[in-house]
Design a binder for this molecule. Structure first.
Ligand code: DON
Length: 579
């Protein structure tokens, strides 16, 4: 084992010493058990679960026409860019994890990259402190978008071959060209996004009326410029986004707004096929996203730690104690994230170490079964709360045995808020996912250091965790979520709910969730976690903070009889649909 890593790990272990000694008491969490009767949507031919109904239906239409799960996922990805503009995108980036019917697993990394003009100090103020206004609210925050390259690569390598990219984009183009009725969810999101969007006339004119009022539910949203851009890409292929008029307009808009992106940055962008990270949990295989996502590594690390306990039995006897063990696993995995993980093309990520069972056993040995371990307060201070469902996850399965878990994002709702004039394309503010300065929290309170420092051409570390759980080598659960730092613990809890608590997928998705991320050293709990459980966690030394639900884990379970889809009930507008 690398001695430096070992020493750092020892340092974290030592710093996370238990300070409070109080027993945990618990009773069953009534609400989770009540929800356990939910069944989900059942289908046999194929299924899509996505955050917006029109896009989900477009995916199912492709499956019905003989497309495979990858074809459908690509069509959904482009459709959401039109119908779910707060997070669906072609101006952002994401990850796609794919299980192929032949048995192989792969993934497409289409995370944004930092433009060449971004350096280690790009997001600091004059005094050398991290400046969120630069990393979140300015055009400096815009990463080179990866979505078009990523979806096109997925289609070219793993599509059925029955459809051209243009075929798969046609429904999205129609939605943009003909217009769609604004959904409740989009209407609700616009007042909150006004400050971001209305800074730029090219954005304001799409989402706000001439009198300045936001579009309301039922209004018609026509996106002609976006339709033109999509058509250009459909005709010219993905290079038509990264070269020529679209790239020129994106670079010009970013620069005019104070950013540094150039056409060269766009031209040199590449989506990358990567080997997913793999782990096992009680005989199931976990296939998830490798860096530049931290999600898969952390997920496997937490599962490895928890595998050493009879979590199901403990939960039945004492739910608060099971939550305590989960919280302790979360803290340790997120501490490792902060220290070790970053763009794998720039820094060495110790993946084999962090995902090994022996490493997890070391962490487990330091967990007190009754008491919270305090995270050392490396950088105290206010931490912004995430804004809401600003990312989006969809799951797709087909009747052939292929499965796709795709999470993509603009980072904040509507990204940085800037639509590149003449393109209809909303641009991201993904570069806030870098550690602007060592241990300065990002918008999700996540800290990091050198491994995730900003740098030219570098990909900021993500939490997005599209994941496929395999049983006997075949897809069993397809899942993922938005939610910034909460994404990985959401996926963790869905897997634990299914495997350790025996829940069906709808119940596993609906059950109230908790979250802890090492820094800040707080346990976030959703409504539905019973008061006595909160009291028990507090008695054990945890600082418990209520959290409104905002993750949305659109998931599918493949049972011997059927595909069962579960749109997350926390959110409006999502749809599980199959045939
Ligand atoms: O890549 C990440 O981890 C973040 N940019 C994701 C942001 C997100 O999930 C926002 N949704 N609430």
């Amino acid at each position: 084992m690398n001695p430096k890593i070992f020493a750092l790990r020892a340092l974290i272990c030592c710093s996370l010493l238990a300070i409070l000694v109080l027993p945990l008491i618990a009773r069953a969490d009534e609400r989770a058990d009540a929800i356990a009767s939910t069944q989900g949507v059942v289908a046999h031919g194929g299924m899509v679960v996505a955050q917006e109904a029109r896009a989900a239906q477009i995916g199912v239409d492709i499956l019905k026409k003989g497309g495979n799960a990858i074809d459908a996922a690509v069509a959904v990805g482009f459709a959401l860019a039109v119908s779910y503009p707060r997070a669906g995108n072609i101006g952002g980036g994401g990850f796609m994890v794919v299980h192929l019917a032949g048995g192989n697993d792969t993934s497409i990394d289409y995370r944004e990259t930092a433009p060449a003009g971004i350096g280690a100090n790009s997001f600091l103020d004059d005094s050398g402190n991290a400046d969120p206004a630069k990393s979140r609210d300015s055009a400096l925050a815009i990463g080179v978008p990866g979505t078009v390259a990523g979806l096109a690569l997925a289609e070219q390598k793993y599509g059925s071959g029955k459809f051209s990219l243009a075929d798969l984009m046609a429904p999205a183009i129609a939605l943009a060209r003909d217009g769609i009725a604004v959904s409740d969810d989009t209407a609700d999101s616009l007042p909150n996004a006004r400050a971001r969007l209305s800074r730029w006339p090219a954005s304001a004119k799409i989402f706000f009326k001439a009198d300045g009022n936001a579009l309301v539910a039922g209004d018609r949203l026509v996106q002609s410029d976006l339709a033109d851009s999509l058509e250009t890409i459909a005709r010219g292929g993905p290079r038509a986004f990264y070269e020529g008029p679209i790239a020129e307009k994106i670079a010009a808009a970013a620069q005019a707004a104070g950013g540094v992106m150039t056409v060269d940055d766009l031209t040199s962008y590449q989506a990358i096929e990567r080997t997913p990270v793999r782990g096992t949990y009680r005989g199931y295989e976990v296939v998830s996203m490798a860096p530049p996502s931290s999600g898969g590594v952390e997920l496997i690390e937490m599962l490895n730690i928890l595998e050493g306990y009879d979590l199901g039995g403990i939960a039945r006897a004492n739910k608060a104690q099971a939550l305590h063990l989960m919280i302790e696993a979360m803290k340790r995995a997120y501490a490792d994230r902060a220290l070790f993980l970053g763009d794998p093309d720039r820094v060495a990520n110790p993946l084999a170490l962090l995902t090994s069972k022996t490493y997890a056993a070391g962490w487990r040995a330091g967990i007190d079964p009754l008491r919270a371990t305090a995270a050392v307060d490396i950088r105290p201070g206010a931490v912004a709360q995430p804004e809401g469902r600003n990312t989006t996850h969809f799951s797709v399965v087909d009747g052939l045995g292929n499965a796709v878990a795709n999470t993509y994002t603009l980072n904040f709702s509507y990204g940085v808020g800037l639509v590149a004039e003449g393109t209809g394309i909303l641009l991201n503010n993904e570069l806030d996912d870098f550690a602007a300065k060592a241990y300065a929290p990002n918008a999700y309170g996540l800290v990091g250091a050198d491994a995730n420092a900003p740098g030219p051409g570098k990909r900021p570390l993500s939490s997005m965790t599209p994941t496929i759980l395999l049983r006997d080598g075949k897809p069993f659960v397809v899942t993922g979520s938005p939610g910034g730092s909460r994404i990985t613990t959401t996926v963790l809890q869905i897997i634990l709910n299914v495997i350790d608590r025996g829940m069906d997928i709808a119940a596993a998705v609906a059950a109230p969730r908790i979250h802890e991320q090492w820094m800040p050293d707080q346990v976030y709990v959703e409504p539905g976690i019973a008061d006595d459980i909160v009291a028990a966690l507090e008695a054990g030394g945890d600082k418990v903070v209520p959290q409104r639900p905002f993750t949305s884990a659109n998931s599918i379970m493949i049972t011997p009889d059927a595909f069962v889809g579960a749109a997350d009930p926390r959110t409006r507008g999502a749809l599980a649909v199959g045939f």
